[in-house]
Write a protein that binds this ligand. Structure first.
Ligand SMILES: [Zn+2]
Length: 332
């Protein structure tokens, strides 16, 4: 059993040095008896509330517009979703009980990741309590993913001239197939995915860098595989913005994933991805992506650990910044 109380009491000691994007509407979607734990959004929000998170730390997203969605998705696909005119095969690929509320949820989630990117460019880091729908392609959705929130957000930041180059660090246990195809051949985006090979999606289109592991590999193979590439890819590519999909589904007790990574291993993963980005001064957007443990508190604990790693990284950065702002000592 995970010591949630311990995590929360550590969080209580200091206020959050960054903002969260969240909407109550995220968890009001009724998927019935579905493996996707929509309730995790509320549980994370409530955990933060119990820690006394302040109103000014919370941002409420607006739904993405059709023109924003069409920065990535084909107008034909957007229209099909908006009108609910999916074929039986398309609905099966989505693996969701498709409904108008699903469309509202998908649009709001994209809006949330757009807002998180805008805020990260202001503050250095922003945490979206949602997002990470990386199996959505330009012209179709798969595996619970209707619209690719990270892809739309990234394209919007690029088109508006706020960034030149961006990196997507995808640590969900499933390969980021939609994201890989959307940005294939686009030299202003670097896509990294570390995932389980013997798992959906069967076809794994090339990301800029794919690291494939196998069921049961565990911390011993996972962490060195990450350390082999970080912080080097940050330093080589020099993105203006990093999106981190901090999926909880590599966890050992996950029902869908089989990598068998421990809680401590995932916290170390977060440290490698988050602390290295922030140490290099790279603005960072964190989104949740997947997580399917039978006991939801395990999934929530992984996400809370990610928040704790981000909090520590920002507090450390802030104290460094304060030191730099001190006047230089006079000689003698
Ligand atoms: Zn996943």
């Amino acid at each position: 059993m995970v010591d949630l109380k311990g995590i929360f009491s550590r969080l209580r000691r200091t206020r959050f040095p960054f903002k969260f994007v969240y909407s109550d509407a995220y968890w009001m979607l009724d998927l019935g008896a579905h493996v996707f734990p929509i309730v995790k959004y509320r549980l994370i929000y409530e955990a933060l509330l119990s820690e006394g998170i302040r109103k000014e730390n919370l941002l409420t997203p607006q739904p993405a517009s059709e023109s924003e969605l069409e920065l990535v998705h084909t107008p034909r696909y957007v229209k099909k979703i908006m009108q609910g005119k999916l074929s039986q095969a398309e609905m099966l690929a989505l693996e969701l009980p498709f409904c108008p509320e699903c469309v509202d949820f998908a649009c709001l989630t994209v809006g949330g990741t757009i807002q998180a990117a805008e805020q990260a460019l202001e503050d250095g880091l922003c945490f979206h309590i949602g997002g990470g729908f990386h199996h959505a392609f330009r012209d179709h959705g798969e595996g619970f993913c209707i619209f690719n929130d990270v892809a739309v957000s990234l394209e919007k930041m690029k088109r508006e001239g706020r960034i030149q180059r961006a990196m997507i660090v995808d640590c969900d246990v499933h390969q980021g197939n939609g994201t890989a195809v959307i940005f294939s051949g686009k030299d202003y985006v670097y896509t990294f995915s570390i995932h389980q090979m013997d798992l959906y999606p069967a076809q794994k289109p090339h990301s800029s860098l794919d690291v494939g592991l196998w069921a049961g590999d565990g911390d011993d193979k996972y962490l060195p595989a990450l350390e082999e590439h970080f912080p080097r890819i940050y330093e080589d590519f020099q993105p203006d913005l990093v999106y981190y999909l901090a999926g909880a589904d590599p966890l050992e007790s996950d029902q869908l994933g089989g990598l068998r990574i421990s809680h401590a291993g995932l916290t170390e993963r977060d440290r490698i991805v988050i602390t290295n980005a922030r140490r290099l001064g790279l603005p960072l957007v964190i989104v949740l992506a997947g997580g399917y443990t039978p006991d939801i508190t395990d999934t929530v604990a992984v996400h809370m650990h990610t928040i704790e790693v981000a909090r520590k990284a920002e507090l450390r950065g802030a104290s460094l910044f304060r030191r730099e702002k001190q006047p230089p000592r006079r000689p003698g």
